[in-house]
Design a protein around this ligand. Structure first.
Ligand SMILES: [Zn+2]
Length: 258
């Protein structure tokens, strides 16, 4: 099997596993949008994994190897946060994920249309969809890039502490960055985030005034205390989020109130 076929098989497998997991029942109440959610989540997973695999190959170029054998805790041989290489990485990651996040936002909006029986023509051209997807993507890319820098710095420190050579250090960097489990967790959490962003946007567009948190008690014990909490459509819930996910892999829902 070539790499593309492997990725396709992986995406298909992920959708099958995901479909059988516990979701708040509302997600599965519309079959078309549930299938779309799983499909675009798999796309986001693949794109994120591909981006991280590429970064793992590029990362050694961002390290000043002359400094590495003598680096002490206060210094980092890694390109500074303000260095243009990280700006370019953020552009690359944005390109990799924004289409899937946009379509997941559309999917949440379309779930709203079907569920509340109001067709407003939600699409990947809707201004409110584009804005929601752009805001989420910018936040995600900033967070992931900060974490990538920390992971690379930490990998270098670990290698220095063990007296490893450049080859071993590069292998250590590659291992922490090219991590399919992390890509999968990012995709899972951010697909719920985008979908719920779409649902909330739909609510705003159609004049909803409030929203109610619907926790999935079994799968989301962290969210159980929030179940049934109702706040204004633009307010945050008592845990500080304006919509699920409240934690990685959260599969809770919001109910739109008119
Ligand atoms: Zn939850």
């Amino acid at each position: 099997m070539d790499r593309h076929a492997l990725l396709e098989a992986r995406a298909e497998l992920a959708q099958g596993i995901r479909a059988s997991e516990d979701w708040h029942p509302s997600y599965k109440s519309q079959e078309t949008t549930f299938r779309a959610l799983l499909r675009y989540e798999a796309q986001l997973d693949t794109q994120t994994a591909e981006y991280l695999a590429g970064l793992a190959l590029r990362a050694p170029e961002y390290v000043d190897w002359a400094q590495v054998p003598t680096v002490h805790a206060a210094a980092t041989p890694l390109a500074n946060k303000a260095d243009e290489v990280w700006g370019n990485e953020m552009i690359d990651m944005t390109k990799a994920v924004i289409d899937a996040i946009t379509m997941l936002t559309v999917t949440g909006g379309q779930f709203g249309e079907l569920t509340y029986n109001m067709a407003i023509g939600t699409s990947s051209l809707s201004d409110w969809v584009l804005e929601s997807a752009r805001t989420q993507t910018a936040k995600l890319v900033t967070q992931v890039t900060d974490t990538n820098r920390k992971l690379i710095s930490e990998a270098i420190k670990q290698s220095v502490a063990r007296g490893e050579d450049k080859t071993a250090t590069m292998a250590r960097i590659s291992e922490v960055i090219n991590n399919p489990v992390r890509a999968e967790m990012i995709a899972h959490t951010e697909s719920v985030n985008a979908y719920q962003g779409g649902l909330l946007g739909f609510g705003r567009e159609t004049g909803a005034t409030k929203k109610t948190y619907e926790a999935l008690a079994g799968a989301c014990p962290i969210c159980a205390p929030l179940d049934g909490e109702t706040v204004g459509i633009d307010e945050t819930f008592s845990n500080g989020v304006d919509r699920p996910p409240s934690h990685p892999r959260c599969r809770c829902n919001t109910y739109i109130v008119y």
